[in-house]
Ligand binder design. Structure first.
Ligand code: SF4
Length: 279
């Protein structure tokens, strides 16, 4: 956080130019290409709200609800916040700490899942005297733009173990921390846990808030993700997230009326209402 604040106040021209170039590319791509795509449904283990039920629906080829047509506005805002965060960190990190961003990598997941992904950032402590107690010199980081409500929750959340992880943030970290590409490029990264870096999109002046997610929480998330991926096509798993978290989950899945999170939310709600697996 101190590095971010220092970077924001002393923004360097080179990382800023790099960020502006990338923002231009990402915005063009989002508005001119991504909103045209009609892709085959695949399981995206690294995205939020992936659950066993959703994997079952995908494997059975059930019809999806389309994403809201205005969702691109949310995506481009996310790209903008990411790029400015990277530029601030590049400008403010101390000598001896290196940062790589937007790293394309294999997920290592089986057929039917997304095979490639993009990790937000990896920090490398080149100067060991900075953090002598650190056994591994690389650590993965993921930037999440959050509302003020989410930001406050993140600041006090426990990340020693998995917890609810309704947004799938820890699942996403577990995907990238165990990516074959990253484990080869950054030896030991899978043992370091990871940083979940919140950026408050409602009050950007509050800065970023990184929290360390313990290796145990990452391991639990990975186990759950693998279980979700390998769900049987022939056996309905029940309303996975709904059953685990009750009505609270409607907010995350989109069942509370907020569109755009799970494309199967209507089917899921309907089945849950009718079936004996519903609680
Ligand atoms: S609505 Fe929620 S519980 Fe149901 S399939 Fe989608 S993510 Fe899973």
């Amino acid at each position: 956080m101190a590095a971010w604040a220092k970077g924001i106040q002393n923004m360097q021209e080179e990382p800023l130019d790099e960020a502006l170039k990338e923002i231009d590319i990402q915005m063009r791509k989002s508005f001119l290409e991504e909103n045209q795509r009609d892709e085959t449904p695949i399981i995206r283990p690294s995205s939020g709200t992936v659950c066993a039920t959703q994997s079952y629906y995908i494997k059975n080829g059930f019809k999806r609800e389309p994403m809201p047509p205005t969702i691109m506005a949310t995506f481009v805002m996310g790209h903008f916040v990411h790029e400015i965060t990277y530029a601030a960190l590049r400008s403010g990190l101390p000598d001896g700490v290196n940062i790589d961003t937007e790293i394309s990598c294999e997920t290592g997941f089986p057929e039917g899942c997304n095979k490639m992904g993009t990790a937000d950032l990896v920090l490398t402590i080149e100067d060991e005297s900075l953090l002598p107690e650190m056994e591994v010199k690389h650590i993965l980081g993921d930037v999440k733009t959050m509302t003020g409500f989410g930001f406050r929750g993140h600041k006090s959340a426990g990340y020693d173990q998995l917890g609810s992880d309704c947004w799938g943030h820890v699942s996403q970290l577990s995907t990238y921390s165990h990516s074959p590409t990253l484990m080869e490029k950054y030896p030991g990264i899978e043992k370091a846990g990871a940083l979940l870096i919140a950026a408050n999109k409602e009050s950007p002046q509050m800065g970023i808030w990184p929290r360390h997610v313990a290796p145990r929480a990452i391991a639990e998330a990975r186990e759950r993700t693998l279980k979700n991926i390998h769900v049987s096509k022939d056996e309905h798993p029940g309303a996975d997230l709904f059953d685990k978290y009750g009505s609270e989950v409607a907010f995350y899945c989109g069942a509370s009326g907020r569109k755009g999170y799970c494309p199967y939310v209507k089917r899921c709600q309907e089945e849950r209402r009718k079936s004996d697996y519903a609680k």
